[in-house]
Design a protein around this ligand. Structure first.
Ligand code: NAD
Length: 382
């Protein structure tokens, strides 16, 4: 057993040094890319696994329609990137194969289908790898239910917390296992800054900081304290503290939930609570998600690859609304506000007001292609 302890201590030392090196890299970070000033933008398009290729193909059709002129002029290029499939990743033993990562790094932004993560084993989630490799530190997830007065935007820290070392815990075999959670100063500062900047630029007056700082005193305690330091630079915006357990309850409490506006929270809590929020909006098939860094950004559906739908032969019946909302976020990110607005309007008509073609996720509803045909018809009139 002594040998296991020594091995674990050596491993911990190496992890600490590695994380401190990451802190130094963050401290040297360059300014964020300004898309408004760029004359060429490359959008990488990745199908992923399960229902991913089916819904991403539809999102690509929508992008081709919305950006017809920009594509013709060469101002925007759509670059299909293959190889981020479970089969290829398992065959190569890499969560993101080297050639795929190189192709991705040749793009400015990505529209990505969900990728399956094998249970157990040591294969890291492709998303965790991409968030780390591309330093996509802000996971931004908007959730709106206008009839209930809900207009939330979640800023989930995306590169540290429980995930950064999630595949690299220590074990004394047969006795105990320990995983690590990491909160860094610059990592927290930049997600807090992103949340408060969003609030400032969008007329929001409240940012809710959600942690479990009463229990996770070091990591969540620092997360909360750093968020408050950042909040001091935004005098018109109220910063309030909540624990994740009561916030999970608040989101389903109609008496108070419509008072929340912007949330900032560590990785794991953000992961869980944004699925809850998406369910309140109408299901995980309805919400988009942005992973934003200073240099790259990746836009996805909030849901996974839905392998059960594929097993049941229902892949074509997957709802593309979630990846289309991600497409809207992508367009806003690359400073294409007009096409983003057109898409938002078409989604509102097709998913909320008119609903002439409805996707149910099974054979009782439309296919993702039929829904997209309907959306494209509406787009033509906006
Ligand atoms: P899931 O989100 O893939 O699916 C859960 C259920 O939600 C499905 O069975 C289906 O009934 C429904 N659903 C999901 N998307 C839908 C859509 N577009 N239209 C209609 N119904 C939809 O969750 P899971 O089964 O927990 O995860 C499956 C795999 O996806 C796992 O390997 C997981 O790691 C991975 N995953 C990937 C991402 C990502 O790449 N961003 C995110 C979450 C999960």
């Amino acid at each position: 057993m002594q040998e296991s302890i020594e091995r674990a201590v050596d491993q911990f030392r190496a992890l600490l040094e590695e994380q401190l090196a990451r802190v130094q890299r963050m401290e040297r970070a360059e300014a964020a890319k300004d898309f408004a000033g760029m004359d060429r933008i490359t959008i990488g398009v990745i199908g992923g696994d399960g229902i991913g290729p089916a819904i991403v193909a539809q999102a690509r059709r929508v992008l081709e329609s919305l950006l017809k002129d920009e594509l013709a002029l060469g101002r925007v290029t759509l670059k299909q990137i293959d190889g981020l499939t479970l089969e290829n990743r398992l065959a190569l033993g890499k969560s993101v194969p080297d050639d795929v990562l190189a192709a991705i790094k040749g793009c400015d932004v990505l529209l990505k289908g969900p990728t399956t993560t094998p249970k157990g084993g040591t294969m890291e989630s492709a998303n965790v790898t991409l968030r780390r490799e591309l330093d996509l530190y802000a996971n931004v997830r908007p959730v709106r239910v206008p009839e209930a007065g809900i207009d939330w935007v979640f800023y989930r820290e995306n590169t540290e917390g429980e995930y950064v070392l999630g595949s690299r815990g220590v074990e004394v075999p047969g006795r105990l296992a320990m995983d690590f959670k990491v909160t860094t100063q610059p990592g927290t500062r930049r997600i807090a800054r992103a949340a408060f900047e969003y609030a400032k630029n969008n007329g929001k007056t409240r940012v809710s900081i959600v942690t479990k700082a009463n229990i996770m005193k070091k990591t969540d305690g620092n997360f909360s304290a750093i968020c408050h330091e950042v909040a001091a630079d935004y005098p018109g915006i109220e910063a309030d503290d909540w624990y994740i357990d009561i916030m999970a309850a608040n989101l389903v409490n109609p008496a108070i939930r419509n008072q929340f506006q912007v949330f900032v929270l560590p990785n794991l809590y953000g992961d869980i609570i944004t699925d809850e929020a998406a369910q309140i909006q109408g299901g995980v098939g309805t919400a988009g998600s942005a992973n934003i860094g200073d240099r790259y950004a990746m836009f996805e559906a909030i849901h996974g690859s839905a392998p059960r739908m594929i097993e049941e032969g229902l892949g074509d019946y997957a709802n593309p609304a979630s990846i289309l909302r991600a497409t809207e976020l992508l367009l806003r990110h690359i400073a294409m506000a007009k096409p983003a607005e057109r898409l938002a309007k078409a989604l509102e008509i097709c998913c909320e007001t008119e609903r002439a073609v409805v996707v149910t996720g099974d054979r009782s509803g439309a296919t993702c292609r039929e829904f997209t045909d309907y959306l494209l018809q509406n787009l033509d009139q906006i």
